[in-house]
Design a protein around this ligand. Structure first.
Ligand SMILES: NC(=O)c1ccc[n+]([C@@H]2O[C@H](COP(=O)([O-])OP(=O)(O)OC[C@H]3O[C@@H](n4cnc5c(N)ncnc54)[C@H](O)[C@@H]3O)[C@@H](O)[C@H]2O)c1
Length: 322
């Protein structure tokens, strides 16, 4: 099976693609390379904007995985116009073109951030989506734009992922567990911005399994699926990272608790993905910390700008689309 991973040179793609290749999939990538290329040299990569893709470029693929766009709140706030163009219009354009090209399935990297500030209930895919901030709104628009194209010949699966964490060859240190790990090992100190806020956390290895399940699902399946390893409060994440890093380094880690207001607070049920896709998460926060610790030599230069999306994005000066 031939798969195009759109935006595949980023954090998730750089971990996912070697696994896809190992499983026998033929993978190609189109990416603007904002963060360089950390993929195996055998992967065919075209450096270009996905808006340049025409129907004839996509005819060769069985499935497309969409991982492109602006991938966090600071980027979305820094470049609001570009955020809506790349996160809402681009997936719609690519899915529309893919459908015309007879691609069989489009898998969209959605986000649980579409849920916004919830009332501490477990949210499923039918719960209200109340976000009002640029990143969440644009991910929701992207999701709706691609899903409305699904029919019996074109399957569309949107994976609403929790915050992904863990090691990837294209490393990010601006994701909850990765950030706390960095501060724990470098400063022996973790800051918890708001301990009572809920977040679904997703080990990058569980995220990869979710993409595999989506690729392998029967073509009659389309829809939205929450994907997480588990739900935690930010306070719980802080305590777990502290405990695990103390165990691994035999050094004391301090915690500072703040009460900074957050506009995101949600926990989700993944029952639909378990039932319909056969997704079963396997990893915990301690597994994430262990894997970060095992790979820390690869990102020990903690201040390297490439580990922080907003720093790279500001340098690219993409605060306007025109
Ligand atoms: N990382 C997370 O915690 C998380 C959680 C939920 C959803 N998501 C979504 O998953 C996707 C991947 O996340 P990530 O952490 O790997 O992001 P990332 O920022 O590491 O990678 C995004 C990649 O897309 C490329 N790109 C962006 N716009 C493009 C365009 N127009 N044409 C070609 N390439 C383009 C960039 O060069 C980059 O390599 C994103 O859509 C993000 O919104 C991520």
């Amino acid at each position: 099976m031939r798969i195009l991973v759109a935006g595949g040179a980023g954090y998730i793609g750089s971990y996912l693609i070697p696994v896809l290749i190992e499983r026998g999939y033929e993978v190609e990538v189109i990416d603007l390379m904002w963060f360089g290329n950390h993929l195996p040299s055998s992967v065919k990569v075209a450096q270009k904007d996905l808006f340049e893709c025409k129907e004839e470029d996509l005819e060769i693929y069985d499935q497309i995985i969409f991982l492109a766009g602006l991938s966090n709140d600071p980027m979305a706030e820094y470049g609001p116009a570009m955020n809506f163009v790349f996160n809402a219009a681009l997936p719609s354009y690519l899915a529309f073109t893919a459908k015309k090209a007879s691609v069989k399935r489009f898998i969209y990297a959605s986000s649980c951030s579409v849920y916004g500030y919830t009332v501490n209930e477990l949210y499923d895919e039918d719960s209200p989506v109340t976000c009002g901030y640029p990143y969440g709104v644009s991910k929701l628009q992207g999701e709706r734009g691609v899903l409305q194209l699904s029919d019996e010949n074109f399957s569309v699966i949107a994976l609403r992922k929790g915050t992904v964490s863990g090691f990837s060859p294209r490393m990010r240190l601006d994701l909850i567990v990765n950030t706390m790990f960095k501060f724990a090992v470098s400063d022996k100190h973790i800051t918890v911005d708001n301990p009572s806020i809920w977040r679904p956390v997703l080990d990058i290895r569980d995220a990869t399994n979710a993409y595999l399940r989506a690729i392998q699902a029967d073509y009659s399946i389309s829809g939205v699926f929450n994907i997480a390893s588990d739900n935690y409060t930010v306070g719980q994440v802080g305590d777990m990272v502290k405990r695990e890093v103390e165990k691994l380094t035999k050094q004391k880690i301090a915690i500072t608790i703040k009460n900074i207001e957050d506009f995101r607070n949600y926990k989700v049920t993944i029952d639909k993905a378990k039932t319909n896709l056969g997704f079963q998460p396997q990893y915990t926060i301690s597994d994430i910390v262990q894997s970060l610790y095992d790979h820390k030599a690869c990102f020990e230069n903690y201040d390297d700008d490439t580990f922080y999306n907003i720093r790279v994005f500001k340098k690219l000066n993409h605060n306007s689309y025109l």
